[in-house]
Ligand binder design. Structure first.
Ligand SMILES: Nc1ncnc2c1ncn2[C@@H]1O[C@H](COP(=O)(O)OP(=O)(O)OP(=O)(O)O)[C@@H](O)[C@H]1O
Ligand code: SF4
Ligand SMILES: [Mg+2]
Length: 331
């Protein structure tokens, strides 16, 4: 069995940009390069965190990997299968193996349906239940899995009769009922109170162990990534800036952008806090339509030098398992 469950190679998702009338008349076509040449992998049983500021292309990457949007180019291999060329019928079957958990549970939960129907729906759509009893047993089991117990107390409730944390548990139960191998969680706790966040993250970790799941976990919050992930993939403006084991990246970030992100994370240890002065970066995230040439981060990078404006750095392995896209790292 191959070690890698997911391999993403040179993934690109470009959206046509709205151009002005003059540009349209001249036939100028411009693109929002939301994801622009992204490569990473996720090993079996691993949790990989995709981190980056708003607009860096995290959600677009996730949706393209699950083929909820069609990428402009690149390759996605799941257990060696080329997901982007799967015909419709096989894609439907594959989708039972790879599920998405959203930031807002209402994106996957119909507010007019009771919990039982919300959780049973994927079974019905995929015709996977062997009769009503089997369906009931599976729904009950999925609710128990997410610790909504006893399940009978929750089955006939409407989503608005649940707390935010309980709603996210229902969304997870709905994803789990198909017994997937791979879960993509897109900011699954960012709408919840801090105390509930920890409960949901602990639940996800328990489920990962129980069912041997593999996660791609998306967050803009490096503190959460530290708590959640085995490895971190840092994105900026549609490109990967740094990849590495979570603890190593957090202890010793190599990319200037990761350093900036980390300098804004509150740290509990005052000695560490002293070492990590807050780095302010000038300017705003540029528009992914008119990207500057060279390194995408140069207009905001405190370490930028001449070649950064001219040549885009490749993501290179600078030490075992540590990848960085910066002219200053690893030469
Ligand atoms: N359907 C679309 N059409 C045009 N542009 C899009 C579309 N979807 C996303 N974008 C643009 O692509 C870029 C990346 O968006 P994306 O939602 O992937 O970022 P993100 O990292 O998930 O941000 P956030 O942390 O805010 O969720 C943004 O500039 C966004 O405006
Ligand atoms: S390549 Fe240059 S501009 Fe880009 S992050 Fe490295 S030092 Fe900064
Ligand atoms: Mg997003």
């Amino acid at each position: 069995m191959a070690e890698k469950l997911l391999e993403v190679r040179d993934l690109r998702v470009w959206f046509p940009a709205r151009t002005g009338l003059l540009a349209a008349l001249r036939g100028v076509k411009r693109w929002v390069k939301a994801v622009d040449g992204v490569s990473f992998d996720v090993k079996r049983g691993e949790v990989v965190c995709l981190v980056g500021e708003s607009g860096s292309g995290k959600t677009t990457t996730a949706r393209a990997v699950l083929r909820l949007i069609e990428p402009t180019g690149g390759e996605v291999l799941f257990d060696g299968v080329d997901v982007l060329s799967l015909p419709k019928a096989e894609l439907k079957r594959w989708r039972t193996e790879a599920q998405l958990i959203f930031q807002d549970p209402y994106e996957s939960i119909d507010p007019r349906m009771v919990v039982y129907d919300v959780v049973a729906e994927p079974l019905r759509v995929n015709r996977l239940a062997e009769g009503a009893d089997d369906e009931y047993d599976r729904v009950a089991r999925a609710l128990e899995d997410v610790r909504l117990v006893p399940p009978e107390d929750f089955m006939s409730r409407f989503p608005h009769e649940l707390s935010g944390g309980q709603r996210q548990r229902v969304a997870i139960a709905r994803a789990l009922i198909l017994r997937p191998r791979f879960l993509v969680a897109d900011e699954p706790v960012s709408m919840l109170d801090a105390s509930i966040r920890t409960q949901i993250l602990t639940l996800m970790e328990d489920l990962r162990r129980e069912y041997g799941l593999t996660y791609l976990y998306i967050t803009h919050d490096l503190a959460q990534a530290r708590y959640t992930g085995d490895r971190i993939v840092v994105m900026y403006l549609g490109r990967i800036m740094e990849v590495g084991p979570t603890e190593e990246v957090i202890r010793d970030p190599l990319h200037p952008y990761t350093k900036v992100l980390l300098s804004h994370v509150p740290v509990p240890d005052p000695r560490e806090a002293r070492r990590r002065e807050k780095i302010e970066i000038p300017g705003e995230t540029p528009n992914p339509i008119d990207l500057p040439p060279g390194c995408r981060f140069w207009p905001r990078c405190p370490f930028a030098r001449e070649e950064c404006r001219e040549r885009e750095p490749e993501l290179v392995e600078v030490s075992p398992g540590r990848f960085v896209a910066c002219h200053l790292a690893g030469g």
